[in-house]
Design a protein around this ligand. Structure first.
Ligand code: CA
Length: 241
């Protein structure tokens, strides 16, 4: 990683924060550390990080509140650390705009692998999207349309029945990958490949954790889907079930 990549580590366990910081420094990242919620937001404003490694349980206010405040001024990647393997924690973290989560205890090596996978992803509108059906380079692709759903890959906007829907980056990338090939039944591994574009060190279940809030935001019903259907024994696809 180039030295210009800035990582903010937010962790109130000082020893753990130090270990993570040292690993990141050794890999050439620029690192800032904060130990509580308010300090995390202040540090993010100051250093404009590319990636925030954010513990969920923090003094001051928790990681979910930190993430909510970060999203008011930065599109930095947020990797949330959750202490328990609790579904509600993951869903809460991802719905406030975290891009991914890892369950503690996590080894610094795994954390770095997840961080670098995340940083390989496109950050801004107009950059090469994941497995998107754009023809050629630099051209403006027409929006992908699936029923009442419109996905504009270039503008990174989504509308359902003409009404704009706000998605997190990961939700958008998943949706764009599926909408680009609406007849395909994607395996979780294929969706991970499309969104992260590299080897995956985590649990394929991460796809399901993002699909839940994605469906909610699209007002889609898993039992009678209009847009994101579950393909039993495989993964997900687009269109009515
Ligand atoms: Ca903590």
């Amino acid at each position: 990683m180039p030295q210009s990549v800035r990582v903010l580590v937010v962790e109130d366990e000082v020893a753990l924060a130090g270990v993570v910081r040292d690993y990141l420094l050794r890999d050439g990242y620029t690192v800032e550390v904060a130990h509580d919620g308010p300090a995390a937001v202040e540090a993010a404003r100051r250093v404009d990080p590319d990636l925030v490694v954010l513990d969920l349980m923090l003094p001051g206010f928790d990681g979910i509140e930190v993430c909510r405040r970060l999203r008011e001024f930065t599109d930095a990647y947020v990797l949330m650390l959750t202490a328990r393997d609790a579904e509600s924690d993951k869903v809460a973290a991802l719905s406030t705009g975290a891009d991914d989560y890892v369950v503690k205890p996590v080894s610094p090596r795994e954390l770095l692998a997840r961080a670098s996978a995340m940083l390989r992803r496109p950050r801004s509108a107009g950059s090469a999207g994941p497995a998107a059906g754009t023809a050629g380079t630099g051209g403006t692709a027409p929006p992908l349309v699936v029923g009442g759903l419109e996905v504009d890959v270039d503008a990174r906007t989504v509308a359902v029945d003409g009404t704009a829907v706000e998605l997190t980056r990961t939700e958008f990338d998943l949706l764009a990958a599926m909408a680009a090939s609406p007849r395909t039944a994607f395996t979780r591994a294929q969706l991970i490949e499309a969104v992260w574009g590299g080897p995956w060190y985590g649990d394929e279940h991460v796809v399901d954790v993002h699909v839940g809030p994605l469906r909610r935001k699209l007002a889609d019903d898993a039992a009678q889907p209009r847009f994101v259907r579950t393909v039993r024994g495989v993964g997900y696809g687009m269109g009515p079930g």
